[in-house]
Design a protein around this ligand. Sequence first.
Ligand code: 5CA
Length: 434
Amino acid sequence: MRLSHSLVPTLKEIPAEAQIASHRLMLRAGLVRQTAAGIYAWLPAGLRVLTAIGQIVREEQNAAGAQEMLMPTIQSAELWRTSGRYDAYGPEMLRLKDRHGRDLLYGPTNEEMITDIFRSSVKSYRELPQNLYHIQWKFRDEVRPRFGVMRGREFLMKDAYSFDLDYEGAVVSYRRMMLAYMRTFQRLGLKAIPMAAESGPIGGNLSHEFIILAPTGESAVYYDAAFEKNDYMGDAFSHDSPADLERFFALMTGSYAATDEKHDAGAWADVAEKREGRGIEVGHIFYFGTKYSEPMGLSVAGPDGRSVAPHMGSYGIGVSRLVGAIIEASHDEAGIIWPDSVAPWRAAILNLKSGDATCDALCESLYAKFAGQALYDDRAERAGAKFADADLMGHPWQIIVGPRGAATGMVELKRRASGERVEMPVDAALAKLL
Ligand code: 5CA
């Protein structure tokens, strides 16, 4: 993208309405604009990040054997009455009426809908287990939407739903998702801690939240220092081996974490080294057994011919929240520091003298080689403004092209995370980045 003709409205001044770093930086870097309380438009740079995160989530869900589908945002109230949640959900649910006076709602989650779809087509235990997911917008009419996309009213969630014949099978599905989650967060450049959780209105009795550590996180978190080692990830565990998954789960739940230091004093007794930090919840998984399958009449023929209600789980990741969470975990005074895996562009090309024939030609040839993976700052701005915007936008690499170097085919390569700048021939810079 050429910055001169792009909608990347960066701001020098600090937006007064934003209380936390990620919200300020998302507005200042031109990623989003608020269109109503807790509702955001994703501008081109922001959408590229959201898409990159969604893609990593998708790849890890697929690797764990989950099938992608897409369910609608608008749901019928009738469906939610069959589970009893239409009345139970409360004012967080956005209720609508169509022209015939029928009650509809904008989905806050999809347990009922997937149960209904599954019920109409799956008849035998031989078709189990299955796991289905989608990445779709949700609406929750939060009392206090705040912190930008971290607590929005409309937000993008990946939600997956597992169906197993029995409890033992459901536990394997649950552990498989936990492994997929840890790999997902690792690829996003985040340290995540699975923390046993209350399951709340979604229901069930086996539930974990995934908390990522960020100094400005919403809640305090106390955790075993063992979580800081990420060496349990790698390829040491397979999604296909129940024994591996059991070992992995034991490792994950063998260390303790809680948002309340006083909670469960006994559990802390075994913790060698207790750490204290701040955290942001980026995912939440639940096993809830037959909570939906039974009242909604989902049953399959079991091995002995008798019908059984499948055991279910649901697994959420806050895809749009992750954009803010990653920034909370990775920024400095100058701006965002995108991990390579989710950056909107791999590099920015900074033309320090737009209009100079040598600089322009070198930048154009570089830009062409990146095939869409670079943002070209071709604006008629002074160098200082380009440096500031590139730091603010957080591109992992900056390729700085000035008239003196360009004359001899030299550019400067800056790594945003370390601030290190090295002068090198243009081909060497390309070889390093492509
Ligand atoms: N049905 C289950 C799992 S699919 C569910 O809805 N779980 S949840 O309520 O915990 O939401 C899943 C994830 O969505 C959360 O971990 C959080 O990361 C994200 N999320 C929830 N509410 C919001 C919100 N208001 N704004 C942004 N992200 C949110």
